[in-house]
Design a protein around this ligand. Sequence first.
Ligand SMILES: *[C@@H]1O[C@H](CO)[C@@H](O)[C@H](O)[C@H]1NC(C)=O
Ligand SMILES: *[C@@H]1O[C@H](CO)[C@@H](O)[C@H](O)[C@H]1NC(C)=O
Length: 636
Amino acid sequence: MGVKECALLVTILLVQSTLESGAGDVDRLVRLDAVVLPQVEAAWAKVTDPNWVNLGKVGGIDIKLVKLFRKIAEALEGLESAVPPGLGDASLELAQLDEEVKALEGFFETFRTFQGRNDVAVWQRDWRNFAEAALQTTPPSVRAALERVHQIVAKAPDESFYRHVLQDGDAVMCQGGQSLQQLIFNLYTYLHMVQLKGYVMLQFSWMLLRLYGKGNFVTESMNEKNKFYKRFDKQMEMARQVLETTSNEMRRCDPPKNIEGETYAQITRLLQGYIQNEVDMNGDESCSENCAYYSYAKQHGCFKNGFCARQPSCTGRILNCQFVDADMGVCLSDIGSTRRYNWIQYENGRTLGKRGTCSKYNVVDSWWRWLVLHCSYCFCLCDEPGRHSDRYFSLRPSSSNTTFNKVVTGVRFAKRNRMIHLQIQEGELLPHGGINQNSVSWRPVPDFRIDDPDVKDGVDYHTLSWESRALDLDDVKLPPKCLLTGVRLRKLGDHLNLEAECSLFNVTTGKLVKPATRKIWLGNDNTDGSVAFPREELILKKPDDPMAALPGCPAVRSTSNMFIKFVNSDIDADAAQTTVPFIDIQSVAPSPATPLVGVGIYHRGCQNSGGYVAPKVMTYDASQHLLETVTVGSEA
Ligand SMILES: *[C@@H]1O[C@H](CO)[C@@H](O)[C@H](O)[C@H]1NC(C)=O
Ligand SMILES: *[C@@H]1O[C@H](CO)[C@@H](O)[C@H](O)[C@H]1NC(C)=O
């Protein structure tokens, strides 16, 4: 092996060792183009070099060429398809693209298989057949497939095949676990790689046929090379235009099955429907008022061990009482349930909640005192902090390990020790917006409890209450040159408000810049009290228990700069037993992992359902560096 060949081998091995990150990695693209294209050039220099050609007899030189290309091909192997499953079904154009790509991959597979053979007897014949087939201008051939792929990929954005991919945007995002921008970009890089494979096979074929004395082919190969670079410029330009108008948001949709602790968590018993007789809500055992009088009360006693003795009492505040009807049947929930009642049916027929069979049925009748005063059972709300009510949000920040150059690659809500946390996934940042996929992991949420000695309400966590139960719904987008390295909730007035930590980074080196001192927290400081554009409340209309909602209405109901209040579910639909919205705890972590440039909290749900609050993230647009790719490639 000559010095030059040896150097080439070393370079390719180096490239391979850096190829571990996922699809859509610009850095890989840059390196591959920068290495593979010059190596193809170098190979041409060899086959046209009289010394090399005269090295030996036939069956010797072609072996050398095959070996050379085996190394090149190895660098191109193991590229994951970034094409989401079933994409080919979306349109005729995509089906065609799919077919051409499969043709190219098929040729490449044969190329790789032949490279592994050592049966020299049939070797020359098979290789010649391969080369001739690859070079044909009519399909099936590498040349024709490349032509066709280019025709489809290079179309202007308004008639681009990418639009078929975007058409079913939400489904693709949910299925593929990528933002649409990421998806398009990964698709672009994949197609680039596939075409690179095709190009390598074409050049190899000409070189081989030249060695077999079938012609000169220098002009053909030069033409192909020029065409190839021009095509990539064009395809890149088109992809850039599409990407500029494509959303970089990634969020989750409703899962096929809702499972508490896996896909959602609940705030429990923040405000809950509660039946109390007015006689127990004042110190005098009086019935001289009506239910509406008790808008802010508490339980004082339990008169004559009535219904109050048969249900767990509300030891907190009793709010917003109303009179529904005097006599009722109450189905108490089982001990341990977050509900107090399964359902209530009044004598006048009105039913609160969904009537079903019942194991703890109670007849509850109001009564007259001295024939003039009605001691009514009222329907109220109970606000009762305590061990049955999970109503805490962590205020501690979750930041990535910036000392070790890690950035946030995913976010999710997590419930731990009865408290809701924002948890992060982190990964090591690489050049050109890459992430070392092997370094990606979820950072454990801090393990603390509200009753730990040095843990303080208002500092380490927030307790929801009637007065303070709003969560701001915002998209926090970071300024350019910034990547997300942390998330946290803070108190902004009475509201919980999302903040994002921004760290500067150097794209070329893939290093965070002075992370210890140059990090800042950013959020939307706007409040509902502001004069210009006050924050708007997202009001849930008659919200039912989210579990009662039919699947398949995954509507996003909020926009940035809104807020939502945790509230009891609807009285009629659910006897006000559930606290809504629920917390979506599904992971929002694009795959392959990618740096993030924003984070948000939004509300998703069906009409008349409590729905979910959930995080979303915005992915980094690595296509900004495509220009570099082609520049590097063209230098060859
Ligand atoms: C950051 O990572 C290093 C190496 O794994 C570890 O030693 C260190 O404790 C981590 N720091 C933080 C804050 O997690
Ligand atoms: C990024 O790092 C490279 C190499 O250290 C340096 O030459 C370049 O100026 C840096 N870029 C920025 C924007 O700081």
